[in-house]
Design a protein around this ligand. Structure first.
Ligand code: G16
Length: 550
Protein backbone atom coordinates (compact mmCIF):
# COMPACT_ATOMS: atom_id res chain seq x y z
CA UNK A 1 0.00 0.00 0.00
CA UNK A 2 1.38 3.38 -0.93
CA UNK A 3 0.07 6.91 -0.91
CA UNK A 4 0.22 8.57 -4.26
CA UNK A 5 -0.02 12.15 -5.42
CA UNK A 6 -1.89 12.31 -8.69
CA UNK A 7 -1.73 15.41 -10.87
CA UNK A 8 -5.13 16.84 -11.73
CA UNK A 9 -6.83 19.85 -13.26
CA UNK A 10 -9.84 21.83 -12.06
CA UNK A 11 -13.34 21.08 -13.36
CA UNK A 12 -15.71 23.95 -13.96
CA UNK A 13 -18.84 24.26 -11.90
CA UNK A 14 -18.01 22.33 -8.72
CA UNK A 15 -19.96 24.85 -6.65
CA UNK A 16 -22.32 23.16 -4.18
CA UNK A 17 -25.98 24.22 -4.44
CA UNK A 18 -28.82 24.22 -1.90
CA UNK A 19 -27.58 20.93 -0.52
CA UNK A 20 -24.15 19.82 -1.71
CA UNK A 21 -22.73 19.18 -5.16
CA UNK A 22 -25.36 17.55 -7.39
CA UNK A 23 -24.74 16.68 -11.02
CA UNK A 24 -25.68 14.15 -13.62
CA UNK A 25 -24.15 10.77 -12.78
CA UNK A 26 -22.23 10.94 -16.06
CA UNK A 27 -20.49 14.09 -14.82
CA UNK A 28 -19.42 12.31 -11.63
CA UNK A 29 -18.19 9.35 -13.68
CA UNK A 30 -15.48 11.48 -15.32
CA UNK A 31 -12.05 10.44 -14.06
CA UNK A 32 -10.95 12.64 -11.13
CA UNK A 33 -14.27 14.53 -10.84
CA UNK A 34 -15.19 13.10 -7.43
CA UNK A 35 -11.53 12.87 -6.42
CA UNK A 36 -10.98 16.59 -7.03
CA UNK A 37 -14.01 17.59 -5.00
CA UNK A 38 -13.16 15.34 -2.06
CA UNK A 39 -9.54 16.51 -2.01
CA UNK A 40 -10.70 20.14 -2.11
CA UNK A 41 -13.10 19.48 0.76
CA UNK A 42 -10.42 17.81 2.87
CA UNK A 43 -7.94 20.62 2.09
CA UNK A 44 -10.43 23.22 3.29
CA UNK A 45 -11.32 21.22 6.41
CA UNK A 46 -7.61 20.71 7.15
CA UNK A 47 -6.98 24.42 6.90
CA UNK A 48 -9.85 25.18 9.25
CA UNK A 49 -7.48 25.03 12.23
CA UNK A 50 -4.31 27.03 12.49
CA UNK A 51 -1.38 24.89 11.36
CA UNK A 52 -3.44 23.22 8.67
CA UNK A 53 -3.63 19.82 10.37
CA UNK A 54 -7.21 19.90 11.54
CA UNK A 55 -8.09 16.49 10.13
CA UNK A 56 -5.08 14.58 11.39
CA UNK A 57 -6.35 11.54 13.29
CA UNK A 58 -9.95 12.80 13.17
CA UNK A 59 -13.10 10.75 12.53
CA UNK A 60 -15.60 11.26 9.72
CA UNK A 61 -18.89 9.49 9.12
CA UNK A 62 -19.49 8.20 5.59
CA UNK A 63 -22.50 6.75 3.82
CA UNK A 64 -25.04 7.40 1.11
CA UNK A 65 -28.46 6.67 -0.26
CA UNK A 66 -27.30 3.64 -2.24
CA UNK A 67 -27.84 5.08 -5.69
CA UNK A 68 -25.71 4.07 -8.67
CA UNK A 69 -22.00 4.86 -8.07
CA UNK A 70 -22.49 4.94 -4.27
CA UNK A 71 -20.29 1.96 -3.49
CA UNK A 72 -17.55 2.92 -5.97
CA UNK A 73 -17.50 6.47 -4.58
CA UNK A 74 -17.26 5.13 -1.03
CA UNK A 75 -14.09 3.18 -1.87
CA UNK A 76 -12.56 6.23 -3.56
CA UNK A 77 -13.32 8.46 -0.59
CA UNK A 78 -11.85 5.94 1.87
CA UNK A 79 -8.59 5.94 -0.07
CA UNK A 80 -8.39 9.73 -0.29
CA UNK A 81 -9.28 10.08 3.39
CA UNK A 82 -6.54 7.64 4.40
CA UNK A 83 -3.99 9.48 2.28
CA UNK A 84 -4.96 12.76 3.92
CA UNK A 85 -4.33 11.59 7.47
CA UNK A 86 -7.85 10.87 8.72
CA UNK A 87 -7.76 8.59 11.75
CA UNK A 88 -11.06 6.80 11.43
CA UNK A 89 -14.12 6.50 9.21
CA UNK A 90 -17.48 5.30 10.52
CA UNK A 91 -19.03 3.78 7.43
CA UNK A 92 -22.65 2.65 7.12
CA UNK A 93 -22.85 -1.04 6.16
CA UNK A 94 -22.91 -1.48 2.37
CA UNK A 95 -22.10 2.23 2.18
CA UNK A 96 -25.66 3.08 3.25
CA UNK A 97 -26.75 5.88 5.55
CA UNK A 98 -29.82 8.05 5.19
CA UNK A 99 -29.20 11.77 5.56
CA UNK A 100 -30.88 11.97 8.99
CA UNK A 101 -29.08 8.82 10.15
CA UNK A 102 -25.72 10.30 9.12
CA UNK A 103 -26.59 13.38 11.16
CA UNK A 104 -27.57 11.16 14.10
CA UNK A 105 -24.30 9.20 13.96
CA UNK A 106 -22.19 12.37 13.77
CA UNK A 107 -23.96 13.69 16.85
CA UNK A 108 -24.24 10.53 18.93
CA UNK A 109 -20.58 9.67 18.39
CA UNK A 110 -19.41 13.25 18.68
CA UNK A 111 -17.14 13.18 15.64
CA UNK A 112 -15.58 15.82 13.39
CA UNK A 113 -18.15 15.62 10.57
CA UNK A 114 -19.45 13.44 7.79
CA UNK A 115 -19.75 12.95 4.05
CA UNK A 116 -23.12 11.91 2.61
CA UNK A 117 -23.46 10.64 -0.94
CA UNK A 118 -26.87 11.55 -2.26
CA UNK A 119 -28.73 13.56 -4.83
CA UNK A 120 -31.73 13.36 -2.54
CA UNK A 121 -35.05 13.22 -4.38
CA UNK A 122 -33.46 13.35 -7.85
CA UNK A 123 -33.63 10.15 -9.93
CA UNK A 124 -30.67 7.75 -9.80
CA UNK A 125 -28.93 5.39 -12.20
CA UNK A 126 -26.46 6.02 -15.02
CA UNK A 127 -28.93 8.41 -16.61
CA UNK A 128 -29.86 10.00 -13.27
CA UNK A 129 -28.08 12.17 -10.75
CA UNK A 130 -25.39 11.76 -8.11
CA UNK A 131 -24.32 14.04 -5.29
CA UNK A 132 -22.02 14.61 -2.36
CA UNK A 133 -22.42 16.86 0.65
CA UNK A 134 -20.51 17.57 3.83
CA UNK A 135 -22.05 17.78 7.28
CA UNK A 136 -20.22 19.50 10.12
CA UNK A 137 -19.69 18.35 13.70
CA UNK A 138 -23.16 19.52 14.74
CA UNK A 139 -24.55 16.98 12.24
CA UNK A 140 -25.89 19.69 9.95
CA UNK A 141 -25.19 20.76 6.37
CA UNK A 142 -22.00 22.73 5.92
CA UNK A 143 -22.55 26.48 6.02
CA UNK A 144 -22.19 28.47 2.83
CA UNK A 145 -18.87 29.95 3.96
CA UNK A 146 -17.41 26.42 3.92
CA UNK A 147 -19.01 25.22 0.68
CA UNK A 148 -17.87 28.38 -1.04
CA UNK A 149 -14.32 27.85 0.20
CA UNK A 150 -14.44 24.29 -1.18
CA UNK A 151 -15.59 25.62 -4.52
CA UNK A 152 -12.75 28.14 -4.63
CA UNK A 153 -10.33 25.34 -3.80
CA UNK A 154 -11.70 23.11 -6.59
CA UNK A 155 -10.79 25.85 -9.04
CA UNK A 156 -7.12 25.82 -8.04
CA UNK A 157 -6.53 22.14 -7.37
CA UNK A 158 -3.42 20.55 -8.86
CA UNK A 159 -3.10 17.22 -7.08
CA UNK A 160 -5.03 14.57 -5.25
CA UNK A 161 -3.53 12.35 -2.55
CA UNK A 162 -4.87 8.82 -2.68
CA UNK A 163 -3.89 5.39 -1.40
CA UNK A 164 -3.62 2.42 -3.74
CA UNK A 165 -4.88 0.09 -0.98
CA UNK A 166 -7.33 -2.67 -1.93
CA UNK A 167 -11.07 -2.10 -1.53
CA UNK A 168 -12.63 -2.48 1.91
CA UNK A 169 -15.32 -5.18 2.31
CA UNK A 170 -18.03 -2.65 3.11
CA UNK A 171 -20.65 -5.32 3.60
CA UNK A 172 -18.80 -6.73 6.63
CA UNK A 173 -19.49 -5.11 9.99
CA UNK A 174 -16.38 -4.51 12.07
CA UNK A 175 -12.95 -3.02 11.72
CA UNK A 176 -10.91 -2.77 8.54
CA UNK A 177 -7.86 -0.70 7.64
CA UNK A 178 -6.81 1.53 4.76
CA UNK A 179 -3.19 2.49 5.33
CA UNK A 180 -3.21 3.64 8.98
CA UNK A 181 -6.84 4.74 8.90
CA UNK A 182 -9.35 2.58 10.74
CA UNK A 183 -12.61 1.91 8.90
CA UNK A 184 -15.43 0.82 11.18
CA UNK A 185 -18.33 -0.60 9.22
CA UNK A 186 -21.32 0.12 11.45
CA UNK A 187 -24.96 -0.96 11.43
CA UNK A 188 -26.64 1.71 9.29
CA UNK A 189 -29.81 1.71 11.39
CA UNK A 190 -28.80 1.16 15.03
CA UNK A 191 -27.88 4.72 16.14
CA UNK A 192 -30.88 6.20 14.37
CA UNK A 193 -33.30 3.62 15.79
CA UNK A 194 -31.99 4.27 19.31
CA UNK A 195 -32.59 7.98 18.81
CA UNK A 196 -36.18 7.40 17.65
CA UNK A 197 -36.77 5.16 20.68
CA UNK A 198 -35.69 8.03 22.91
CA UNK A 199 -38.13 10.50 21.31
CA UNK A 200 -41.34 8.50 20.90
CA UNK A 201 -43.49 6.18 22.99
CA UNK A 202 -42.75 2.97 21.10
CA UNK A 203 -44.98 1.00 23.49
CA UNK A 204 -48.00 3.09 22.54
CA UNK A 205 -47.17 2.90 18.83
CA UNK A 206 -46.77 -0.87 19.05
CA UNK A 207 -50.19 -1.03 20.72
CA UNK A 208 -51.74 0.82 17.77
CA UNK A 209 -50.56 -1.81 15.30
CA UNK A 210 -51.51 -4.61 17.71
CA UNK A 211 -55.05 -3.21 17.69
CA UNK A 212 -55.30 -3.22 13.92
CA UNK A 213 -54.10 0.25 12.92
CA UNK A 214 -53.02 0.03 9.30
CA UNK A 215 -50.54 2.03 7.30
CA UNK A 216 -48.54 2.01 4.10
CA UNK A 217 -45.10 3.58 3.87
CA UNK A 218 -43.65 3.89 0.39
CA UNK A 219 -39.86 3.94 0.65
CA UNK A 220 -39.59 4.41 -3.13
CA UNK A 221 -36.88 1.75 -3.49
CA UNK A 222 -34.51 4.02 -1.64
CA UNK A 223 -32.44 3.92 1.55
CA UNK A 224 -35.39 4.81 3.81
CA UNK A 225 -36.64 1.26 3.32
CA UNK A 226 -34.05 -0.23 5.65
CA UNK A 227 -34.97 2.22 8.43
CA UNK A 228 -38.72 1.94 7.93
CA UNK A 229 -38.58 -1.89 7.87
CA UNK A 230 -36.46 -2.06 11.01
CA UNK A 231 -38.51 0.45 12.97
CA UNK A 232 -42.09 0.03 11.73
CA UNK A 233 -42.18 -3.67 10.96
CA UNK A 234 -39.37 -4.64 13.34
CA UNK A 235 -39.66 -2.64 16.55
CA UNK A 236 -43.29 -1.52 16.24
CA UNK A 237 -44.47 -4.86 14.87
CA UNK A 238 -46.55 -3.38 12.06
CA UNK A 239 -47.68 -6.16 9.71
CA UNK A 240 -45.23 -7.40 7.12
CA UNK A 241 -45.82 -5.44 3.90
CA UNK A 242 -46.56 -2.17 5.68
CA UNK A 243 -43.40 -0.81 4.06
CA UNK A 244 -43.52 -1.08 0.28
CA UNK A 245 -40.68 -0.51 -2.21
CA UNK A 246 -38.50 -1.25 0.79
CA UNK A 247 -35.29 -2.52 -0.79
CA UNK A 248 -32.82 0.19 -1.83
CA UNK A 249 -32.02 -0.13 -5.54
CA UNK A 250 -29.29 1.68 -7.48
CA UNK A 251 -31.80 3.23 -9.87
CA UNK A 252 -34.70 3.31 -7.38
CA UNK A 253 -36.40 0.79 -9.66
CA UNK A 254 -36.92 3.59 -12.17
CA UNK A 255 -38.95 5.62 -9.66
CA UNK A 256 -38.35 9.32 -9.15
CA UNK A 257 -37.88 9.17 -5.38
CA UNK A 258 -39.56 12.47 -4.62
CA UNK A 259 -42.44 12.06 -2.16
CA UNK A 260 -45.07 14.33 -3.63
CA UNK A 261 -48.45 13.63 -5.25
CA UNK A 262 -46.91 13.57 -8.72
CA UNK A 263 -44.06 11.12 -8.17
CA UNK A 264 -45.72 9.08 -5.42
CA UNK A 265 -48.90 8.75 -7.48
CA UNK A 266 -49.22 5.01 -6.70
CA UNK A 267 -49.44 5.72 -3.01
CA UNK A 268 -51.92 8.53 -3.55
CA UNK A 269 -54.10 6.20 -5.64
CA UNK A 270 -53.84 3.44 -3.04
CA UNK A 271 -54.87 5.85 -0.29
CA UNK A 272 -57.91 6.82 -2.35
CA UNK A 273 -58.88 3.22 -3.11
CA UNK A 274 -61.25 0.80 -1.41
CA UNK A 275 -58.48 -0.89 0.59
CA UNK A 276 -56.85 2.28 1.83
CA UNK A 277 -55.13 1.89 5.19
CA UNK A 278 -55.57 4.44 8.00
CA UNK A 279 -52.35 6.23 7.26
CA UNK A 280 -50.00 6.68 4.29
CA UNK A 281 -46.52 8.17 3.95
CA UNK A 282 -43.63 8.29 1.53
CA UNK A 283 -39.92 9.09 1.87
CA UNK A 284 -37.42 10.37 -0.66
CA UNK A 285 -34.08 9.05 -1.95
CA UNK A 286 -32.10 9.82 1.21
CA UNK A 287 -35.10 9.60 3.58
CA UNK A 288 -35.05 13.17 4.78
CA UNK A 289 -38.25 14.21 3.00
CA UNK A 290 -41.72 12.94 3.82
CA UNK A 291 -45.25 13.07 2.47
CA UNK A 292 -48.19 12.47 4.81
CA UNK A 293 -51.59 11.16 3.74
CA UNK A 294 -54.81 10.08 5.37
CA UNK A 295 -57.54 8.08 3.65
CA UNK A 296 -58.14 9.96 0.43
CA UNK A 297 -56.56 13.02 2.00
CA UNK A 298 -53.24 14.74 1.29
CA UNK A 299 -51.48 16.90 3.86
CA UNK A 300 -49.42 19.77 2.47
CA UNK A 301 -45.96 20.02 4.02
CA UNK A 302 -46.79 23.50 5.31
CA UNK A 303 -49.90 22.20 7.06
CA UNK A 304 -47.94 19.24 8.38
CA UNK A 305 -45.49 21.63 10.04
CA UNK A 306 -48.32 23.68 11.53
CA UNK A 307 -50.19 20.64 12.89
CA UNK A 308 -47.01 19.11 14.34
CA UNK A 309 -46.23 22.38 16.06
CA UNK A 310 -49.75 22.67 17.47
CA UNK A 311 -49.81 19.06 18.68
CA UNK A 312 -46.16 18.55 19.64
CA UNK A 313 -46.98 17.96 23.28
CA UNK A 314 -48.52 14.60 22.28
CA UNK A 315 -44.98 13.36 21.69
CA UNK A 316 -42.82 12.51 24.72
CA UNK A 317 -39.76 14.41 23.42
CA UNK A 318 -41.79 17.62 23.21
CA UNK A 319 -44.03 17.22 26.29
CA UNK A 320 -42.51 20.33 27.82
CA UNK A 321 -43.28 22.47 24.77
CA UNK A 322 -41.20 23.96 21.99
CA UNK A 323 -38.50 26.63 22.23
CA UNK A 324 -39.60 28.10 18.91
CA UNK A 325 -40.19 27.08 15.31
CA UNK A 326 -38.72 27.98 11.94
CA UNK A 327 -39.84 27.68 8.35
CA UNK A 328 -38.26 28.55 5.03
CA UNK A 329 -39.57 31.70 3.40
CA UNK A 330 -41.67 30.03 0.66
CA UNK A 331 -43.32 27.70 3.22
CA UNK A 332 -46.84 28.84 4.08
CA UNK A 333 -47.40 31.02 7.11
CA UNK A 334 -49.74 28.45 8.71
CA UNK A 335 -47.14 27.68 11.37
CA UNK A 336 -46.75 31.38 12.19
CA UNK A 337 -50.33 31.44 13.48
CA UNK A 338 -49.72 28.43 15.70
CA UNK A 339 -46.51 29.93 17.07
CA UNK A 340 -48.35 33.13 17.87
CA UNK A 341 -51.07 31.22 19.72
CA UNK A 342 -48.44 29.24 21.64
CA UNK A 343 -46.47 32.39 22.44
CA UNK A 344 -43.25 31.07 20.89
CA UNK A 345 -40.93 32.61 18.30
CA UNK A 346 -41.26 31.77 14.62
CA UNK A 347 -38.30 32.38 12.30
CA UNK A 348 -38.43 32.79 8.53
CA UNK A 349 -35.24 31.63 6.82
CA UNK A 350 -34.08 31.19 3.22
CA UNK A 351 -34.65 27.82 1.56
CA UNK A 352 -32.10 25.22 2.63
CA UNK A 353 -31.89 23.22 5.83
CA UNK A 354 -28.47 24.72 6.57
CA UNK A 355 -30.17 27.95 7.59
CA UNK A 356 -31.90 26.19 10.51
CA UNK A 357 -28.60 24.95 11.97
CA UNK A 358 -27.68 28.05 13.96
CA UNK A 359 -31.20 28.45 15.32
CA UNK A 360 -31.22 24.82 16.48
CA UNK A 361 -27.70 25.02 17.92
CA UNK A 362 -28.58 28.19 19.80
CA UNK A 363 -31.71 26.47 21.17
CA UNK A 364 -33.95 29.11 19.63
CA UNK A 365 -36.15 26.56 17.84
CA UNK A 366 -37.19 22.96 18.36
CA UNK A 367 -39.10 22.16 15.16
CA UNK A 368 -38.40 23.32 11.59
CA UNK A 369 -40.07 22.67 8.30
CA UNK A 370 -40.19 23.47 4.63
CA UNK A 371 -42.70 23.38 1.83
CA UNK A 372 -40.42 20.95 -0.03
CA UNK A 373 -41.72 18.00 2.02
CA UNK A 374 -39.20 18.45 4.81
CA UNK A 375 -39.65 18.61 8.56
CA UNK A 376 -37.38 17.92 11.48
CA UNK A 377 -36.45 18.85 15.01
CA UNK A 378 -33.52 19.46 17.28
CA UNK A 379 -32.88 15.69 17.55
CA UNK A 380 -30.64 15.94 14.46
CA UNK A 381 -29.52 18.78 12.19
CA UNK A 382 -31.24 17.56 9.02
CA UNK A 383 -34.82 17.12 8.04
CA UNK A 384 -36.02 13.66 8.90
CA UNK A 385 -38.69 11.79 6.95
CA UNK A 386 -39.27 8.86 9.29
CA UNK A 387 -39.31 11.16 12.32
CA UNK A 388 -42.18 13.07 10.70
CA UNK A 389 -43.99 9.78 10.05
CA UNK A 390 -43.55 8.72 13.69
CA UNK A 391 -44.82 12.14 14.80
CA UNK A 392 -48.01 11.72 12.75
CA UNK A 393 -48.40 8.16 13.99
CA UNK A 394 -48.12 9.44 17.56
CA UNK A 395 -50.65 12.21 16.96
CA UNK A 396 -53.16 9.68 15.66
CA UNK A 397 -52.45 7.31 18.55
CA UNK A 398 -52.77 9.92 21.30
CA UNK A 399 -55.80 11.79 19.92
CA UNK A 400 -57.57 8.82 18.34
CA UNK A 401 -58.28 11.11 15.35
CA UNK A 402 -57.58 10.37 11.72
CA UNK A 403 -55.12 12.42 9.66
CA UNK A 404 -57.99 14.18 7.93
CA UNK A 405 -59.76 15.04 11.19
CA UNK A 406 -56.54 16.37 12.70
CA UNK A 407 -56.02 18.70 9.72
CA UNK A 408 -59.65 19.82 9.42
CA UNK A 409 -59.83 20.56 13.16
CA UNK A 410 -56.61 22.51 12.78
CA UNK A 411 -58.10 24.61 9.97
CA UNK A 412 -61.17 25.33 12.08
CA UNK A 413 -59.01 26.63 14.90
CA UNK A 414 -56.34 28.49 12.96
CA UNK A 415 -57.79 28.97 9.48
CA UNK A 416 -56.57 27.32 6.29
CA UNK A 417 -53.62 28.42 4.21
CA UNK A 418 -54.39 27.22 0.70
CA UNK A 419 -51.01 26.44 -0.80
CA UNK A 420 -49.53 25.18 -4.04
CA UNK A 421 -46.20 25.13 -5.86
CA UNK A 422 -45.85 25.26 -9.63
CA UNK A 423 -42.52 24.20 -11.14
CA UNK A 424 -41.25 25.10 -14.58
CA UNK A 425 -38.37 22.72 -15.19
CA UNK A 426 -35.57 22.79 -17.73
CA UNK A 427 -35.53 26.51 -18.53
CA UNK A 428 -32.27 27.62 -20.16
CA UNK A 429 -30.16 29.13 -17.37
CA UNK A 430 -29.76 32.56 -18.96
CA UNK A 431 -33.47 32.87 -19.69
CA UNK A 432 -34.22 31.94 -16.07
CA UNK A 433 -31.88 34.62 -14.73
CA UNK A 434 -33.46 37.21 -17.01
CA UNK A 435 -36.89 36.08 -15.87
CA UNK A 436 -35.99 36.64 -12.23
CA UNK A 437 -34.72 40.14 -12.99
CA UNK A 438 -37.94 40.90 -14.88
CA UNK A 439 -40.12 39.57 -12.04
CA UNK A 440 -38.29 41.71 -9.52
CA UNK A 441 -38.70 44.82 -11.68
CA UNK A 442 -42.33 44.05 -12.34
CA UNK A 443 -43.03 43.65 -8.61
CA UNK A 444 -41.38 46.98 -7.83
CA UNK A 445 -43.39 48.69 -10.59
CA UNK A 446 -46.71 47.25 -9.40
CA UNK A 447 -46.23 47.79 -5.68
CA UNK A 448 -49.18 49.70 -4.16
CA UNK A 449 -51.52 48.82 -7.01
CA UNK A 450 -54.91 47.19 -6.68
CA UNK A 451 -55.52 43.74 -8.17
CA UNK A 452 -59.17 42.77 -7.84
CA UNK A 453 -60.08 42.94 -4.17
CA UNK A 454 -56.49 43.21 -2.93
CA UNK A 455 -53.48 45.50 -3.02
CA UNK A 456 -49.89 44.43 -3.67
CA UNK A 457 -48.36 45.93 -0.55
CA UNK A 458 -44.85 44.51 -0.63
CA UNK A 459 -42.63 43.35 -3.47
CA UNK A 460 -39.03 42.50 -2.69
CA UNK A 461 -36.24 39.97 -2.96
CA UNK A 462 -35.96 38.14 0.35
CA UNK A 463 -32.79 38.73 2.38
CA UNK A 464 -31.98 37.11 5.70
CA UNK A 465 -29.69 38.08 8.52
CA UNK A 466 -28.92 35.13 10.75
CA UNK A 467 -29.89 36.18 14.28
CA UNK A 468 -27.12 34.06 15.79
CA UNK A 469 -23.99 34.91 13.81
CA UNK A 470 -25.16 37.92 11.81
CA UNK A 471 -24.32 36.31 8.46
CA UNK A 472 -26.38 37.59 5.58
CA UNK A 473 -28.01 35.86 2.61
CA UNK A 474 -29.56 38.06 -0.07
CA UNK A 475 -31.45 37.29 -3.28
CA UNK A 476 -33.35 34.40 -1.72
CA UNK A 477 -36.59 34.71 -3.66
CA UNK A 478 -38.96 37.32 -5.01
CA UNK A 479 -42.01 37.96 -2.87
CA UNK A 480 -45.24 39.61 -3.91
CA UNK A 481 -47.22 40.06 -0.71
CA UNK A 482 -50.81 41.36 -0.72
CA UNK A 483 -52.72 43.27 1.93
CA UNK A 484 -54.78 40.19 2.87
CA UNK A 485 -51.57 38.27 3.62
CA UNK A 486 -51.70 36.20 0.44
CA UNK A 487 -48.39 35.72 -1.37
CA UNK A 488 -46.81 34.74 -4.63
CA UNK A 489 -43.15 33.77 -4.34
CA UNK A 490 -40.72 33.08 -7.17
CA UNK A 491 -37.34 31.45 -6.83
CA UNK A 492 -34.95 29.32 -8.80
CA UNK A 493 -34.31 25.81 -7.51
CA UNK A 494 -30.86 25.16 -6.06
CA UNK A 495 -31.02 21.38 -6.45
CA UNK A 496 -31.62 20.76 -10.15
CA UNK A 497 -28.98 19.38 -12.46
CA UNK A 498 -30.30 20.40 -15.87
CA UNK A 499 -30.96 23.99 -16.86
CA UNK A 500 -32.93 25.98 -14.30
CA UNK A 501 -36.19 25.29 -12.52
CA UNK A 502 -38.48 28.16 -11.67
CA UNK A 503 -40.61 27.53 -8.61
CA UNK A 504 -43.72 29.62 -8.10
CA UNK A 505 -45.40 29.35 -4.71
CA UNK A 506 -48.97 30.46 -4.06
CA UNK A 507 -50.56 31.04 -0.68
CA UNK A 508 -53.92 32.38 0.38
CA UNK A 509 -55.38 32.39 3.88
CA UNK A 510 -59.02 31.48 4.54
CA UNK A 511 -60.37 31.90 8.07
CA UNK A 512 -63.99 30.98 7.30
CA UNK A 513 -64.58 27.22 7.91
CA UNK A 514 -67.35 27.26 5.32
CA UNK A 515 -64.83 28.24 2.65
CA UNK A 516 -62.09 25.79 3.54
CA UNK A 517 -63.18 22.95 1.25
CA UNK A 518 -62.46 24.26 -2.21
CA UNK A 519 -60.06 22.38 -4.51
CA UNK A 520 -56.67 24.03 -4.00
CA UNK A 521 -56.01 25.14 -7.58
CA UNK A 522 -59.46 26.68 -7.73
CA UNK A 523 -59.00 28.54 -4.44
CA UNK A 524 -55.70 29.93 -5.74
CA UNK A 525 -56.91 30.72 -9.27
CA UNK A 526 -56.73 34.53 -8.84
CA UNK A 527 -53.09 34.38 -7.84
CA UNK A 528 -52.18 31.82 -10.48
CA UNK A 529 -53.71 34.09 -13.15
CA UNK A 530 -51.94 37.11 -11.73
CA UNK A 531 -48.55 35.40 -11.76
CA UNK A 532 -49.17 34.50 -15.40
CA UNK A 533 -50.30 37.91 -16.52
CA UNK A 534 -47.92 40.09 -14.51
CA UNK A 535 -45.01 37.69 -14.73
CA UNK A 536 -45.59 36.70 -18.35
CA UNK A 537 -44.55 33.20 -17.41
CA UNK A 538 -45.80 31.66 -20.63
CA UNK A 539 -43.74 33.98 -22.81
CA UNK A 540 -40.67 33.95 -20.63
CA UNK A 541 -40.48 30.21 -19.93
CA UNK A 542 -41.71 29.12 -23.33
CA UNK A 543 -44.08 26.74 -21.52
CA UNK A 544 -47.85 26.79 -21.57
CA UNK A 545 -48.14 25.28 -18.14
CA UNK A 546 -45.94 24.25 -15.22
CA UNK A 547 -44.26 20.86 -15.57
CA UNK A 548 -45.06 19.85 -12.00
CA UNK A 549 -47.84 21.08 -9.72
CA UNK A 550 -47.83 20.07 -6.06
C1 G16 B 1 -32.71 20.52 -0.28
C2 G16 B 1 -32.50 21.18 1.02
C3 G16 B 1 -33.83 21.68 1.55
C4 G16 B 1 -34.48 22.58 0.53
C5 G16 B 1 -34.58 21.90 -0.80
C6 G16 B 1 -35.03 22.95 -1.79
O1 G16 B 1 -33.50 19.38 -0.09
O2 G16 B 1 -31.96 20.28 1.96
O3 G16 B 1 -33.60 22.35 2.74
O4 G16 B 1 -35.77 22.93 0.91
O5 G16 B 1 -33.33 21.40 -1.18
O6 G16 B 1 -34.74 22.59 -3.04
P1 G16 B 1 -34.81 23.64 -4.22
O7 G16 B 1 -33.69 24.62 -4.05
O8 G16 B 1 -34.72 22.77 -5.41
O9 G16 B 1 -36.16 24.31 -4.10
P2 G16 B 1 -33.01 17.95 -0.49
O10 G16 B 1 -34.06 17.02 0.06
O11 G16 B 1 -32.96 17.99 -1.99
O12 G16 B 1 -31.66 17.79 0.13
Amino acid sequence: MTIQSIATQPFDGQRPGTSGLRKKTSVFLQPMYLENFVQALLDVLNDSLAGGQALLGKTLVLGGDGRYHNSVAVQTILKIAAANGLGRILLGQDGLLSTPAASAVIRSRNVFGGIVLSASHNPGGVEGDFGIKYNAGNGGPAPESLTEAVYVRTQAITQVRISDAPDVPIDQLGIHWVERMRVEVIDSVADYAALMRSLFDFGMLRGMFAHGFSMRLDAMNAVGGIYAKAILEGELEAPHGTVVNAVPLEDFGGLHPDPNPVYAADLVAHMAGPNAPDFGAALDGDADRNMILGRNFLVTPSDSLAVLTAQARCIPAYHDGLRGVARSMPTSTAVDRVAKALGIDCYETPTGWKFFGNLLDADKVTICGEESYGAGSSHVREKDGLWAVLCWLSLQGVTGSSVETLVREHWKTYGRNYYSRHDYEGIPTDAARALMVALEEQGAAQQGKQFGPRVLTQADNFAYTDPVDGSRAAGQGIRWIFDDGSRIVFRLSGTGTQGATLRVYFEHYEADPLRQNEPTQQALADWIDLAQSLGQLRERTGMDAPTVVT
